[in-house]
Structures are given as C-alpha cells and as structure tokens.
Design a protein around this ligand. Structure first.
Ligand code: ADP
Ligand code: MG
Length: 294
C-alpha cells in the first residue's frame, strides 16, 4: 500500500474478491479512535472504516463499528437505506471493519463555500441550495418513516454530490425502534446537538441511553445548514468552555437570529431553517414537511 496507515489486511483480502486486484487505499480521516479509507480496485471503489487499535477507546470503537453494521442492516431491511449501501463487514486483528458504497461528494462545509460569501447571491445558487436541503430532508424522511433517527446529522456526515444532492453517511449512532443496543446514545457533535438532547445528557448518568427522536434530526439539519451557509454556529458560546457547559447553553434553546449572520437574504430558506431550530421539538416541521417547504 506504501502508506503509513494502511487499512486492515483482513478487510483488503475480503474486498479484493469484490473490487478486483490490485487494491489501492487512501486515508480519508483518522479521528476519535477510528479511521476511514477510500479503497479502489479494478472493478469498483468503496469507503472502508476500521477502529484504531492503538487508542484507549479501541474496544468502544470496535463495538460502535459493529453497532453501525447492525444499524445499516436493519435500515436496509426497513427500506430506509439503498440495498447496495452496505458492502461487507468483519473482524480484524485489532477489532472491526465496515465497508460501504462510495459516495462521490464533498462535505457540506466545502460544498457551501461559494454560497457562504457575498458572491453566492446569484440566481443559480438559490435552487441549488434548496435542492441540497430538500434531498437531505428526503433521506431523513425515509429513516423517520421507518421509526429511526439518524442522531448524528452534522456537516461532515453529509456529502454533496457534483449534481447538488445531499447524501447521508455514518449510521453508527442511529436510534431505531428497538432500543436494545450495546452502546448508549449520549448525543453526538456538540454544535449540532438539539436542545432536548443536550438537556437529557445533562440530566442523566453517562451510562443511560437517550433515545433520539426524529425532531432532533430536524434541529441538527437546521443547525448544519445555518452553520455552513453563514459560517456561524447557531448557538453562540465560547469555544474554550467544556462540552457540558456548551450543552447547558444549547439546552436553553436560544439561537442567533439568522438575519444577523446570513451572507445575503434568502427569506424562504431562512424561515425554514429557523423553524427547524424551534426549541420545542413539537414546534419543528417534520422531515416530510421540509421536503414540501424546500
Ligand atoms: N460512503 C462514503 N463515501 C465517501 N466518503 C466517506 C463515506 N463514508 C465515510 N466517508 C469519509 O470518511 C469520513 C469518516 O467516516 P464516518 O462514517 O463519518 O466515520 P466517523 O465519523 O465515525 O469517523 C467521512 O467524514 C467522509 O469524509
Ligand atoms: Mg462521521
């Protein structure tokens, strides 16, 4: 492979059967105890994830990887994920690996770079932004109809295809109808955590599972669009304070008015993002309503 952090050999052996010889791998990310690679063969390309065996968190991350595989299988059975999303999964010497369909796209933050600046205020950008928001809501509506919440909706888990469609990845933390799971859900990325999840994290012991509801995904979707379009996170707090202190600010339910930070006016888009960020989950639109609004 000729690189410092090659993928697990056990995964490559299995993927060779499907992807064809020779395989090449490039590291996509290396964080929080797990790594991801783009693996290419003569017949195809996949995204491969594996826990990092060097880290103190290795066991939890291996369990999380097994949990993601289980979620993907169940979401596929429920019709909320394309049957070709899951490629393969297995064990390796240091834990677990999981391979999924390669999504050709860039993370939301990068995709919205033009829209974030004053030069984004042009007729072609408006329908393009709305299509991203609508296709994103379509993914969520499918999961929600099957009784699931994604529970980790945030800019890096949303890839924007060259055609301007949102694709959702990373099902490790999803919350399904059967809440029997190895790892309790305790919120995901702080900046996109809905106020009711923040409040539940603060009010319960660390080993208590919090069942994320669809309305929490809707808040996270609004927060991600707010953040990547304006360059500002929706809840203002000092970056240096602890996670729990940030969650305490989020739990109050107040967000920065979008009109204070938007790069240019886009009234319909702004109104729907603001509706997603309603503090009371019952006041937010559903994903299905978002599809109609966008
Ligand atoms: N199916 C995929 N297609 C393209 N890139 C992917 C895919 N899955 C993951 N990635 C890339 O790898 C990164 C890490 O994957 P992710 O599933 O989000 O794991 P984690 O957040 O647990 O590290 C993503 O942010 C993305 O850049
Ligand atoms: Mg992720």
């Amino acid at each position: 492979m000729g690189q410092a952090l090659p993928p697990p050999g056990e995964a490559l052996t299995r993927l060779t059967e499907q992807l064809g010889d020779p395989l090449t791998a490039s590291l996509l990310s290396d964080r929080r105890g797990s790594r991801a690679w783009k693996v290419r063969g003569s017949r195809g390309v996949v995204a491969l994830k594996a826990n990092n065996s060097d880290e103190a968190t290795a066991r939890d991350k291996a369990t999380e990887m097994a949990q993601e595989d289980e979620h993907i299988l169940r979401l596929t059975t429920a019709g909320a994920l394309r049957p070709d999303y899951r490629i393969d999964a297995g064990l390796w010497d240091g834990g677990r690996w999981l391979a999924v369909r390669w999504v050709d796209g860039v993370p939301l933050w990068r995709a919205l770079a033009l829209a974030r600046g004053p030069e984004g205020d042009r007729p072609s950008v408006r329908p393009w932004l709305l299509q991203i928001a609508r296709t994103w809501a379509e993914h969520l509506a499918g999961m929600h109809a099957a009784g699931w919440a994604h529970a980790d909706i945030q800019p890096t888990n949303t890839l924007i295809t060259p055609g301007g469609r949102a694709e959702v990845i990373d099902y490790a933390l999803a919350c399904g109808p059967d809440s029997d799971r190895p790892l309790p859900y305790r919120g995901a990325l702080t900046h996109t955590t809905a106020p009711e999840i923040a409040a539940a994290v603060l009010a319960t012991p660390a080993d208590t599972h919090i069942q994320a509801q669809p309305a929490a995904d809707v808040w996270s979707l609004g927060a991600s669009l707010f953040w990547c379009w304006t360059g500002h996170r929706p809840v203002p707090y000092d970056d240096n304070i602890d996670r729990l202190d940030k969650l305490a600010v989020i739990a109050k339910g107040r967000t920065t008015p979008l009109t204070d930070v938007r790069p240019w006016p886009f009234p319909g888009f702004e109104a729907t993002i603001t509706a997603c960020l309603a503090p009371d989950p019952t006041d937010r639109p559903t994903a299905k309503e978002l599809i109609a609004a966008w």
